[in-house]
Design a protein around this ligand. Sequence first.
Ligand SMILES: [Zn+2]
Length: 86
Amino acid sequence: MEKRNLSERSSENQKKFKTTRRKKLKDPCIVCDEELYLDGEFTQRIGLLDETDEVTGWMCPHCKSEYDMDGKIVNLGGTSNISGEA
Ligand SMILES: [Zn+2]
C-alpha cells in the first residue's frame, strides 16, 4: 500500500514539472521576455561595438535594453534618458 502512495506522489510531481515548463522560449530576454534565439548559429541580439570596433555587449532588438558581455543589464530600454543626446 505504501508503495502505491509513493508512485502516486511521483506522478503528481511530474505533472507539476510539466506545467512549469510551458514556455517554449529557448533564449529569452531577461527584461522583456521576448525570444532572442534565432537558430543554431545566430541570435537576434544586436552587437554593440566601441570606438575600436570591439564588442562590448549586445542589445535586445525587442525592448532595446543593452547588456554587457556578462549578460548584465547596462541600459534598460526605453526607461532611461540619461545620455540625453542633443
Ligand atoms: Zn528585451
